[in-house]
Each structure stands twice: as structure tokens, then as C-alpha cells.
Design a protein around this ligand. Structure first.
Ligand SMILES: *[C@@H]1O[C@H](CO)[C@@H](O)[C@H](O)[C@H]1NC(C)=O
Ligand SMILES: *[C@@H]1O[C@H](CO)[C@@H](O)[C@H](O)[C@H]1NC(C)=O
Ligand SMILES: *[C@@H]1O[C@H](CO)[C@@H](O)[C@H](O)[C@H]1NC(C)=O
Ligand SMILES: *[C@@H]1O[C@H](CO)[C@@H](O)[C@H](O)[C@H]1NC(C)=O
Ligand SMILES: *[C@@H]1O[C@H](CO)[C@@H](O)[C@H](O)[C@H]1NC(C)=O
Ligand SMILES: CC(=O)N[C@H]1CO[C@H](CO)[C@@H](O)[C@@H]1O
Length: 356
């Protein structure tokens, strides 16, 4: 099934979205290179192995040489640059410079792009959060935002995260601006608007954290998708963010079971690990790095073994620019490359899993 999907994508997608010509090759007589994570992921039947990158890293040539090495990363996701506060900083004033700074070089380099995100409760501009709009006005604002951003990035994105993090852990809807003003129908509305304005081939995803096990939250997302299906609301995939912690991470079986909520009949959606990182309580030790490698390995294996899991994206690859230390004090070292740009045991574990 996955191979069929891949050939359909390659056959019907504008060239710019399709798989890249590789840097470095490795078929010549000189300098055979070890295959990277994306090379191995594609051989294992996935569409990509990717990474999120952020604007603060764009002045760093060493960082960029790794981010744009297509042997390791076949897909790029902007961590922040396509979020509402940057894209529409004043009402109906659009600024794509931060998004473009990530998307354009990735496109030029033949890397696929996952675009992130049209609608979230966080990183919204003040003009949106500090005014009480009516329901009708807010729906207009939502459509106008999606229309403009989707049109600007038309055919640039393999997938769009249309709605991000709409549920609480207990499976109820998250209370935010969107729910308070529009009601739960803001979610299907966002997907309808997205389908209207994104490129024909672009996949529409619902993306969330804490759904990597069968629990109240993943079941609530499943129920929502089932309702979409009954009501002809377009959706193609569910993104498992997969921000994990050593010692508390979902197992291989947890992930497989939760993926099946969405990939089996009647939903038959695709899934992906969209923001994978594995934090450890500092200081890092050899033992903790090994445990981290096992979590990364089990997570990637779960995606590899699930026919409808299309790929894995890590939420940045370099420890010094990870979001983890700022967000979870005392935790860190969550990425695949350490501060000296050395690949960590987790990198090699993933390579081993993908090669098996
Ligand atoms: C790109 O990555 C591959 C796989 O990790 C590696 O073998 C190769 O040396 C890298 N290329 C460059 C130019 O660093
Ligand atoms: C890039 O800019 C950031 C500040 O935005 C700075 O902290 C960092 O040192 C710079 N990196 C390089 C390689 O110049
Ligand atoms: C657009 O955003 C960039 C990056 O944040 C900023 O440097 C630039 O001044 C903005 N452009 C306008 C016209 O506001
Ligand atoms: C918006 O409505 C809330 C609750 O009714 C009120 O507390 C707040 O002051 C209002 N904000 C503005 C900017 O009118
Ligand atoms: C899960 O939802 C059920 C009701 O559907 C509730 O009784 C239970 O407390 C919830 N569990 C958690 C952990 O929130
Ligand atoms: C906030 C930030 O770092 N913005 C930068 C993102 O990247 C573009 C292109 O390099 C810069 O113009 C922005 O200033």
C-alpha cells in the first residue's frame, strides 16, 4: 500500500514536490558515503526522514550543511516560521519572510516540505487575542488567513498541519479563542477552507501530542475523524507529535496500537511522526543516551512497520537549538546531534532500525 502511495505521489505531483536528486550520490568510484537516515528510510518504504528547522539557525553554515544534506533529511518543516503571529502580524497584513526563509531553500534543495500550521491556540498575534470578535467575523478571519497562506504556499507542501492541538488530555475540546467564539465546528471549517485553497495534492493533517497511546485523547481524535468521514469533511492524515521523555515514552506497541485507530477501516488515513524528540533529565549520561536511542529506535520502527505511516520528522536535530531546555527546565539533550555536531547513539540506532 505504501509503495503504491509513493508511486502515485511521484507520478502525479509537480516535480518540485517529488523525491530529490541526491547530493553526494555515492555511486562513483571515489568516496563511497554511508547512507543517511533519509536514504535508509526511503529504502525501508517510507516517503521521507525529515527535520524541523527554525529561523534562529539560518546564520549557522555548519548547521545548514547538515539540515540540507539530503542523505539524512528528505523533508523540512518550519518550526515557527509559518505560525499565525509571523504570517499575519496585523489583520489582513501578510508577511511570509520567516516561512519563506525555510521553505524556499528546502524546495531549491529538492527536500519535501511539511507545512505547519494554519490554526493553533498558541503563538497568535495580539490583534486576534485581544479583541472580542463575533463568531461570523472570526470565521471570516480564519478563512482569510488560510486562503492567503495556502495560496502563497500552493504546491509547496507535501502536507499541511491544518489544526494543531485541539484536544485536552481527557479527550474534551481545548478551551481557547476558537472554541469559545466559534464552537467545535471551527475544526471542520478549517479543514474545508484548507481543502479549498491548498494544492490538489497537498495532504491535510490533524496534528497533536499525547495521542501516541490508545487513551481518551487519541480516542477523541479518532471520533472526530470518524465524524469528518460521515459528514464529508476532508482529512488525509493524523500527525503524532511524539515529544517523548526517557523513562515515560510510549512503547513500540503503544504506538502501533494508536496508529491503528486511524489507519484501519473505516478511516484508512495516513499517519506520521511529526515532531519526534526524546528528552532526558540532565545531566546526560552514557546510560541515558542509550535509553534515549532505544526510544528513538522503537518509535521509528513503529512507523516503519505500519504500512500507512509515511515518515518521521524530528523536531530539530541539534541539541543547542532544541525547544526542550526552555520549555522543560532540567531536561534537554533531546536531539540526534550533540552540541559538537557529533551524531549521538540515537542516530545510529535509527540507522540500524531502518536498515534491518
Ligand atoms: C551527508 O550525509 C551522509 C549520511 O549521513 C554522509 O555520509 C555524508 O558525508 C554527508 N555529506 C556531507 C557533504 O557532509
Ligand atoms: C546566530 O544568531 C544567534 C542569535 O540570533 C546567535 O545566538 C548565534 O550565535 C548565531 N550563530 C552563528 C553561527 O553566528
Ligand atoms: C516581516 O517579517 C520579518 C521577519 O520577522 C521582519 O524582519 C520584517 O520587517 C517584516 N516585514 C514587514 C514589512 O513588516
Ligand atoms: C472581551 O470579553 C470578555 C468577556 O466578556 C471581557 O472580559 C473583555 O474585557 C472583553 N475584551 C475586550 C477587548 O473587549
Ligand atoms: C476518560 O474518559 C472517561 C469518560 O469517557 C472518564 O470516565 C475517565 O475519567 C477519563 N480518563 C482520564 C484519564 O481522563
Ligand atoms: C526571528 C528571526 O530570526 N527571523 C529571521 C528568520 O529568517 C529570515 C531570513 O534569514 C530573517 O530575515 C528573519 O529576521
Amino acid at each position: 500500500m505504501r509503495f503504491t502511495t509513493l508511486s502515485v505521489v511521484l507520478a502525479t505531483t509537480p516535480l518540485s514536490l517529488a523525491a530529490p536528486a541526491r547530493n553526494g550520490g555515492g555511486h562513483g568510484h571515489h568516496g563511497h558515503k554511508a547512507p543517511g537516515l533519509d536514504d535508509l528510510a526511503k529504502e525501508a518504504g517510507l516517503l521521507y526522514f525529515g527535520t524541523a528547522i527554525d529561523n534562529i539557525s539560518l546564520n549557522n553554515t555548519k548547521y545548514l550543511s547538515i539540515a540540507h544534506n539530503t542523505s539524512d533529511f528528505g523533508q523540512i518543516t518550519p518550526s515557527n516560521g509559518q505560525k499565525w503571529m509571523y504570517i499575519e502580524p496585523a489583520r489582513n497584513v501578510f508577511n511570509y519572510s520567516m516561512g519563506d526563509a525555510i521553505i524556499k531553500p528546502a524546495k531549491k534543495n529538492g527536500q519535501m516540505r511539511r507545512c505547519h500550521t494554519f490554526l493553533w491556540h498558541n503563538q497568535l498575534p495580539d490583534w486576534l487575542t485581544k479583541t472580542n470578535y463575533t463568531k461570523t467575523e472570526l470565521i471570516k478571519i480564519l478563512e482569510n488567513h488560510i486562503k492567503n497562506e495556502a495560496t502563497h504556499y500552493k504546491n509547496d507542501c507535501y502536507a499541511w498541519d491544518v489544526v494543531n492541538e485541539a484536544f485536552n488530555d481527557d479527550g474534551t475540546y481545548r478551551k481557547d479563542l476558537w472554541l469559545d467564539t466559534i464552537g467545535p465546528e471551527y475544526i471542520p471549517l478549517a479543514f474545508k477552507f484548507a481543502r479549498k485553497y491548498v494544492g490538489r495534492e497537498t495532504k491535510l493533517y490533524y496534528n497533536d501530542y499525547g495521542i501516541e497511546r490508545v487513551n481518551n485523547k487519541s480516542l477523541a481524535v479518532q471520533a472526530m475523524v470518524q465524524k469528518f468521514l460521515n459528514e464529508d469533511i476532508p482529512i488525509d492524515g493524523v500527525g503524532f507529535q511524539a515529544h517523548f521523555t526517557v523513562g515515560r515514552a510510549p512503547t513500540y506497541d503503544d504506538l502501533r496500537n494508536s496508529m491503528k485507530l486511524f489507519t484501519t477501516k473505516p478511516l484508512e488515513l495516513e499517519v506520521a511522526l511529526t515532531e519526534l524528540d526524546v528528552r532526558i533529565q540532565l545531566p546526560g549520561t552514557e546510560e541515558k543516551l542509550k535509553a534515549q536511542a532505544d526510544v528513538y529506535g522503537a518509535s521509528v520502527k513503529a512507523c516503519m512497520d505500519e504500512e500507512e505511516c509515511v515518515g518521521v520528522t524530528v523536531w530539530d536535530f541539534w541539541d543547542p537549538v532544541s525547544w526542550v531546555p526552555d520549555t522543560f527546565p532540567g531536561y534537554g539533550d533531546a536531539c540526534l546531534w550533540d552540541k559538537e555536531y557529533k551524531r549521538k547513539p540515537a542516530y545510529f540506532k535509527i540507522a540500524e532500525v531502518l536498515s534491518a
